[in-house]
Design a protein. Sequence first.
Length: 481
Amino acid sequence: MPKMTAWRLTIRQRFLAILLFFIISMGIVGTLSFFDLVRIRELTLLVSEVQQLSNALLETRRFEKNFLLYGNPADLAEARNYLEHARVLVNDVARKRGKTGVLSTMDSLRENLADYGQSMETLGQELQGGRPASEAELNNIRAHGKEMVSLAENLLTSESKRIISIIDTLKMQLLTSVVVVIALGVTVALMMFGRLFNTLNIIQTATRRIAQGVFEPLPEVGGESEAKTIVRALNAMVRELEFRQAQLLQAQKLSSIGTLAAGIAHQLNNPLNNISTSSQILIEELDSADPNFMRKMLNNVESESLRAKEIVQGLLEFSRERNFSIVRENLATVIKKTVRLVSSQVPGNIEIIVDVPEDLEVYLDAQRFQEALLNLIINAVHAMDPNPGTVTIVAQKDENTVTMSVADTGKGIPEEVRNQIFDPFFTTKGETGGTGLGLSIVYGIVEKHGGKITVDSEPGAGTTFTIRIPTDMTEQQAREQ
């Protein structure tokens, strides 16, 4: 049977080992604390009885003084009663205190009580017989009284200190136990779970990136363990998700192309009508037309043909599938091409305003950036339709960053869903309103360009998407993104 080391334990065995360790540790600490609490309880009861003893002795002394001052036999009787009660308490305390050791104080107190009682009895008999007490006898009684009260107070102080000492010991014991348990727990956890925690951290980071649409395989874990199995399963899932996402993105793009194609057919209708009209005029006037007029008609046909070619070329460039590659592009040109491409989808009551410097250049994958911008414009139009409104596209350069914003005057985005709009498949348009991939695609494209996209929206006042892209981005840096 192969030897099982700590690193080869299964996750369940490791957790059980840690749990057993803490149960045993807590059991030891709890047992020690329990016995200390029992001792504290016993000493607390003992202190209570010593307090009663001290009170009884003080009452004995009070009645003693009254008897010596006034000679009232009732005071002497009360002093005897309290003295007897004190004797009972002394014996009880001595019995309990005997379990803990030192009895010298109790023996001294018991002897003092006996001497004090004997002196009081003698004094009582002399006073009742009519003979006055001598000063020496009175001083002797007072000395015994002070001594027994002092012994009781010392005993009370001693037992109170013992309680405080045990409590301090208990606190230190608990503190030490907690520190030791924590230290051992951390040590054992690091020994047994160090590699596992590292793997879980890698998995956690990877799953967060997957949730953001970034699919990267996890590094392989050494050895044979559940962690390695999990990593392999996750890597298989990442590959499958990457493949499925590519399919979804292509489907989304084809959907956009389909939508644009319908509008482009409408855009092509105008130049084709103009070409047809000019051609018909030329045919009718071919024999008698002035050469300058014919040249004008032919120029018209050429101009409209170039216009139709440009419309079709824009759609072809957008739909062509190619690898991500950035080059230095004129941002104004890219934006204007995108606006021209989507213009057929914009209702007449919605105006698109472009305010971009003509000389502003930035490293871009023009096709991908057009796709992102197209999604933002279409979303802005949908946010306003059927009401009139304005889509404003503004860009400016600030040091090493180009900032571009796409703002609409639509209904805005509710605050409670604002943090979810870039999540894949999240949509506010209902089951038939969209796939929920548009803004997720925009987010991914901006990230690939090394940029950031943020949203600022106020319900009823419109939405502004702001994209920031570095101007010094190189093709190599973009590939690393």
